[in-house]
Design a protein around this ligand. Structure first.
Ligand code: HEC
Ligand code: HEC
Length: 224
């Protein structure tokens, strides 16, 4: 009798697991359709700027969404929609997406693993300054190492903390400056305090450093 109960429980868990897996597969498929074609309500096709499974973004003016968690991507889309994160391009696109569409398109991008971009090497001195700030911070500036929060090697700490490794330097630099000048207000207490203390030179060193750090390569779960 006991064995039978265990068997039934195992069967139920199995079915629940495959229902969840099927949900994820349909989210990924629906997300890919949005990424490739946009939506009727007016969200533009994401791939025009953010790339696909096969292709990086066309220029480094657009962030790589690969290697970010589904949770982080959804939250950013919500913040663009409300304007907590002000951006003329992403604001209207995020507003046009329903919550379910945000979840689906985030599932698509968060599943893509893509190696770091091929970039010209920055000078050794600049990269070293970036590395020190990333790993240990700067006691004089009262800044802790970025990787304390962003994870070893800056690969991100899912679900809430984004990856910095392999992100375009242009973009990382623009975000640190956005906190400084007040156009990005999400997680304000944490990143705002840090960005305020960084000189433009240090911001550039950090951005160039993280761009050439290898991204994580192990497969993630779409549920994160
Ligand atoms: C015309 C180009 C363009 C299109 C199309 C576009 N984006 Fe963006 N996206 C941008 C730019 C530029 C930024 C950086 C904005 C900023 O500085 O905050 C961005 C930022 C983002 C971010 C924040 C990334 C991060 O690391 O915080 C997310 C998430 C995002 N876009 C998702 C999408 C999704 C999903 C779609 C499709 C529904 C889409 N974007 C379509 C240009 C675009
Ligand atoms: C106390 C924890 C903490 C520390 C230390 C920290 N960060 Fe962050 N960082 C965060 C959180 C949380 C977010 C996500 C903000 C959000 O949800 O919008 C973030 C987001 C970012 C982003 C935006 C990424 C994207 O895809 O848009 C950049 C860039 C960034 N941090 C750079 C740095 C750098 C460089 C350092 C070191 C000088 C650093 N952070 C140190 C917590 C931290």
């Amino acid at each position: 009798m006991k064995n039978k109960n265990i068997l039934i429980t195992a069967l139920i868990l199995c079915i629940a697991g495959s229902v969840r897996a099927a949900d994820n597969v349909s989210a990924l498929k629906a997300g890919e359709v949005i990424a490739r074609n946009g939506t009727q309500a007016g969200a533009t096709a994401c791939i025009a700027c953010h790339g696909t499974r096969e292709e990086e973004p066309k220029t480094d003016s657009f962030p790589r969404l690969f290697n970010q968690s589904r949770y982080y991507i959804v939250n950013q889309l919500k913040d663009y929609a409300t304007g907590v994160r002000a951006n003329a391009v992403m604001g209207p696109i995020a507003k046009a997406l329903t919550d379910e569409e945000k979840e689906n398109v985030a599932a698509y991008y968060s599943e893509i693993l893509f190696p770091s971009p091929k970039v010209k090497k920055a000078s050794a001195v600049v990269l070293k300054r970036g590395e020190v700030l990333a790993m240990t911070g700067d006691a004089k500036l009262e800044i802790q190492g970025c990787n304390n929060c962003h994870g070893p090697g800056g690969v991100g700490l899912a679900p809430a903390i984004p990856a910095l490794a392999g992100q375009y330097a242009n973009y990382t630099e623009s975000q640190l400056k956005a906190w400084k000048n007040g156009t990005r207000k999400n997680s304000s207490s944490q990143m705002l305090e840090i960005a305020k203390k960084l000189s433009d030179k240090d911001i550039q060193a950090l951005a160039l450093y993280f761009q050439q750090v290898p991204v994580r390569t192990e497969k993630k779960s779409v549920t994160k």
